[in-house]
Write a protein that binds this ligand. Structure first.
Ligand code: ITT
Length: 196
């Protein structure tokens, strides 16, 4: 039977990626933006991706009565002690564009040669009755000297994929999905949904 599933995110790029990553399963996917009366945005101030993802997924599932997936993700730069990390969207200020965030991050790494980093994602699947599962993924890379590529979103133009050399914004979306933190987490989610 087709399962109706809410994608509990306000980020349209995440919605597009998650839709592609769940393609082929017997799901009817709806996103928060599709809801006639969307619930308020859940807070995201927990210290871990998993806690934030669980909180978001549960809040949307309880408010809508729909099983919900939510993603919490971030970029961890070793030379910055793992920052911006779980605060990736707000680290450089609330209403800062991706371009400006990337510029500011490159500024912090000016002259730094140790540029290793990783993208991390936790996807939570919550049921309205309170059951929750989490699925995680990460991809290693390094921070570029300057932005490259037009695909993807967020920090993609400054993240060089390890053993590839291209940035996440230089690879086509299906290739990003095959290797990305979100793609790896979604592969585990797919397996769980297929078993459900
Ligand atoms: P929701 O909470 O509504 O899902 P958000 O954009 O606020 O949307 P997060 O709190 O998880 O999501 O913030 C994650 C940030 O980390 C995101 O806004 C990007 O800046 C960055 N990020 C996460 N995944 C990324 C990816 O695949 N490519 C580039 N940047 C990414």
């Amino acid at each position: 039977m087709t399962l109706k599933l809410l994608i509990g995110t306000r980020n349209p790029s995440k919605v597009a990626e998650l839709r592609a990553l769940l393609r082929g399963l017997d799901l009817e996917l709806e996103s928060v933006a599709d809801l006639a009366d969307p619930p308020p945005d859940p807070p995201e101030d927990a210290p871990s991706y998993a806690e934030n993802a669980v909180f978001k997924a549960l809040a949307y599932a309880r408010a809508t009565g729909l099983p919900t997936i939510a993603d919490d993700s971030g970029l961890e730069v070793d030379a910055l002690g793992g920052a911006p990390g779980v605060r990736s969207r707000r680290y450089f200020g609330e209403d800062v564009s991706s371009e400006d965030r990337n510029r500011m991050l490159l500024g912090l790494l000016d002259g730094v040669t140790e540029r290793t980093a990783r993208f991390v994602a936790v996807v939570a699947l919550a049921r309205p009755d309170g059951r929750v599962e989490t699925f995680d993924g990460e991809v290693r890379g390094e921070i570029a000297e300057s932005p490259r590529g037009d695909d993807g979103f967020g920090y993609d133009p400054i993240f060089i994929i390890a053993e590839d050399g291209r940035t996440m914004a230089e690879v086509p979306r299906d290739q990003k999905n095959a290797i990305s933190h979100r793609g790896l987490a979604a592969a585990k989610l797919r397996a769980a949904l297929a078993d459900a």
